[in-house]
Design a protein around this ligand. Structure first.
Ligand SMILES: C[S@@+](CC[C@H](N)C(=O)[O-])C[C@H]1O[C@@H](n2cnc3c(N)ncnc32)[C@H](O)[C@@H]1O
Length: 303
């Protein structure tokens, strides 16, 4: 990302969640707070007509709801709402197992801390994000009158230039507490070495038994000769937005690299799995090609 420019894709993903929350039934994920953090104009400038939000879901025929989305946004929207669902369900399971901290990496316009006050009573939450995006978000929260809960901590960090472990050590983060890390929609935008150094930092700082959920794209998504129109159109639009996707992984190779760093992959859902589990029967949403959702555990016996 450019140093002084907040993330347009963070706005885009929030617009998609806001759109889905307002229009679709059944809902894969109900981010009923997302619309507070984005404006109609911002969504429109990215190609998503949030003015459609003024039209109640019931007034739209079920099949036409995703039909109003531009083609390239439709190609990513299914993965974005399914990811939010999978990540928060995994978090809820981890809370039941006793985790005490939640670290959101590249949080963007995430609304968890404002949507789930009942869970915040039991959790310390850390939102890590690029300084320009986090400044934008904090300004937007102030503008719309959303006050930071005491248990939410903002930590600005550029994964390309700073160490996550150092940043967390300077914060209220407790390395002895079981922690749930999530990294939604970020890995593909980073250089490979920044992805791996961040995983290394987590392995260093997280108590064994802690978990991380993340999504990634398989390498063919980055093949310049990939024949799929949806892949090429997504690349092109993200380049135009100034945030190209650059890094993909081979699932087997990634599992082995992570094992080397001290993680065990507990689950790795392919695009077919995501489609089957979360998106069947929805109003036209599909998993993006080459998408993976994964959950890994920091290994070792708890001390
Ligand atoms: C596609 S948005 C996803 C936002 C949010 N996680 C979501 O799912 O809606 C990408 C996020 O990655 C963050 N990001 C991209 N490059 C980064 C970097 N080098 N350091 C820190 N954050 C970065 C952006 O600021 C943005 O919040």
């Amino acid at each position: 990302m450019e140093p002084d420019r907040f993330s347009r894709t963070a706005i885009l993903t929030a617009c998609i969640r806001a759109y889905h929350a307002a229009h679709d039934d059944p809902k894969v994920f109900d981010d009923f707070m997302a619309h507070h953090l984005v404006t109609r104009e911002e969504c429109q400038s990215l190609g998503l007509r949030l003015s459609d939000l003024s039209q109640p879901a019931a007034a739209m025929p079920r099949t036409s709801r995703t039909a109003t989305l531009p083609w390239w946004i439709k190609a990513i929207a299914g993965s974005i709402i399914a990811r939010a669902r999978y990540f928060e369900e995994s978090l809820e399971q981890a809370i039941r197992r006793g985790i005490e901290q939640y670290v959101i990496l590249g949080a963007g316009m995430d609304t968890f801390a404002f949507r789930r006050p009942e869970l915040l009573r039991r959790l310390l939450v850390f939102e890590i994000d690029h300084p320009a995006t986090q400044t934008f978000k904090r300004r937007r929260l102030a503008e719309v009158g959303l006050k930071r809960p005491d248990t939410l901590h903002f930590i600005p960090l550029d994964f390309a230039t700073e160490s996550l472990a150092e940043a967390l050590k300077r914060s209220a983060y407790d390395h002895k507490a079981f922690t749930f890390f999530s990294w939604p929609g970020v890995i593909a935008y980073l250089r490979r070495r920044d992805v791996m150094s961040t995983f290394r930092a987590i392995a260093d700082i997280a108590r064994p038994g802690s978990n991380i959920v993340f999504d990634y794209l398989e390498e063919p998504f980055f093949d310049p000769d990939n024949p799929h129109r949806s892949v090429n159109i997504v690349h092109e639009n993200l380049r135009l937005a100034g945030e190209p996707m650059i890094t993909g992984f081979d699932p087997v190779g990634l599992a082995s690299e992570l094992a080397h760093l001290g993680f065990r992959i507990r689950e790795d859902m392919s695009a077919d799995d995501v489609e089957r589990v979360f998106l069947r029967g929805t109003a036209g949403y599909h998993a993006g090609l080459y998408t993976h959702f994964a959950r890994a555990e920091v290994e070792g016996s708890p001390s």
